[in-house]
Structure formats: C-alpha cells, structure tokens
Design a protein around this ligand. Structure first.
Ligand SMILES: [Mn+2]
Length: 267
C-alpha cells in the first residue's frame, strides 16, 4: 500500500493515465491525492474529472482553476476548455464531487514519522498547520452552505494580507488566495499575486522561505502544485513542489510519501 501525491494535471488525461501506469497504481490498495488544478488549459478536463470521481481512492485539494470551474458551473456558463465540463450530462454530479474537495489535506506516512500538508499553492508561515487546517475547513463549510455566494465573491486580490479580524467574503477570499494562488510574500505576509515567474520582485520572497527553525523542528513536509515556473525547485527538502508543467508539455510528477521518491512522465 502506497500513497502518492500528484501535481497539477490541467486536463492532461493521457499523461495522468501514463503516470498511474508507471507507478503501478493499484486502486484496491493505493491512494492518490492530487494537488489540485485537475482542469483547464489542457485538452481533456472532463475525462480527468470522470476518472477521478469513479475511483474512491483518488481525491484532490482544490486549486484556483477548480474553483474557477465551480464558479462557471454555478452560473451555467461554459468557456474555453471548460465548456465540455459545464455542458456535461453529469455536470451536477461533477459539481457536487468537486465542491466537496478540501483546501488542505494533512496525512502521515505509514510509519507515522513524517507528516505531509498538501495544498494547491502552499501555507504561509504565519499559520501553523493546525491554524491552516481550521481556516481551510472554515472555507469548506462556507462553500457547502452557500456555494454560489462564495464562488461569486471570491475573485480579486484584496485584502492582500491576512488579518484575524477579517470577516465574511474578505476573510474567505484571502484564505482562498493564500491556499490556492500564493507564490511570493512580502512584509506581514502580504501577497504578490501578479508575479507568476520564479523570480521575486524586490521586497518579496517565495512563501516557502520559512525561518529555518520552524520547518526543521518537526517532521513536517509541505507539498504543493500551482507554481509551474519553479519546476519543482525549492532548495529545501521540506517543501516539495509537484507542478512540473505537464500542460506546458513538460512533466507530470508523483511523490510517493513513504520514501519521498518522485516519479515523472514526460508530456
Ligand atoms: Mn494553480
């Protein structure tokens, strides 16, 4: 029995199947957790969703493109590569499955030595794991209770930093932006959401440049996707980037959590 985390698939169904073949995935024994962005940009978003929904041992955290799809579905408006999903016969079933995916999954390996916090974009250092879990859960509850309102009001870059006193839509929006869109952070964990490159602008640094004491103390790993231009390079073994640019004709990558081995297939 193995657990694998797989990076952003973005509708690249053939590459997902190739990777599952390569790791010898056994749906009776193994588990798969995707880092989100199952859909959009690539050619076969609907096939990816149908495949994942049909297998109870496959799940995902929500990515920004998954949330965008949920938004389009909530207003019944198909666009680009997402049109076949919005118009699909089983679109209600897809919506119900996707909206129930969490924003954060924390798991342990079999020996219970190492812990893995899986999100689409990452977790800012200002939130200890427990706090991040609470906030992710708070958004999930709100999405369950009032999906269309949250999906309509979550767009935008403001507020640009966390503040405990935030409430309502601003609070949900900033939590979603940290967990699904973050790359660089500045002072007081302010988000730079405009820069999608791998190079920080002045005054900012990658979110995973944690104070070294805080990441080494526990056997805690942070696993994320989203940042394709990093090509998986964080220069810190506790922060594992798995978006290796499959949709940009590069690689799709899986991490086996028990031995931290990475396995990739080329587009
Ligand atoms: Mn993303």
């Amino acid at each position: 029995m193995s657990t694998y985390v797989i990076g952003d698939v973005h509708g690249c169904f053939d590459q997902l199947i190739n990777l599952l073949d390569k790791i010898d995935y056994d749906s009776q024994k193994d588990k798969i957790i995707l880092t989100g962005d199952l859909v959009n940009r690539g050619p076969e978003s609907l096939a990816v969703l149908n495949y994942c929904m049909a297998d109870k041992n496959i799940t995902s955290v929500l990515g920004n493109h998954d949330l965008y799809l949920l938004y389009l579905m909530s207003i019944n408006q198909g666009k680009g590569e997402l049109k076949p999903v919005v118009d699909a016969e089983n679109n209600m079933q897809i919506f119900e499955w996707l909206i129930k995916r969490p924003l954060l999954i924390q798991i342990s390996d079999q020996s219970n030595q190492n812990k893995f916090a899986i999100t689409h974009a990452g977790i800012p250092e200002i939130w200890p794991i427990e706090k991040a879990c609470e906030l992710a859960e708070e958004v999930s509850m709100a999405l369950t209770e009032n999906a269309s309102k949250i999906l309509r009001t979550m767009w935008g870059d403001d507020p640009n930093a966390w503040n405990e006193s935030l409430e309502g839509n601003d609070r949900y929006r900033v939590i979603i932006n940290y967990l699904t869109r973050m790359r660089f952070l500045g002072n007081a964990a302010s988000l730079d959401l405009k820069n999608t490159s791998a190079k920080a602008r002045e005054g900012f640094k990658p979110w995973f440049n944690y104070d070294s004491k805080s990441y080494q103390r526990m056997n805690q790993y942070y696993v994320f996707g989203h940042w394709a231009s990093l090509t998986g390079q964080t220069n810190n073994p506790h922060f594992i980037g798995l978006d290796t640019g499959c949709v940009w004709k590069d690689k799709l990558t899986a991490l086996r959590i028990d031995d931290l081995k990475k396995i990739s297939v080329q587009y």
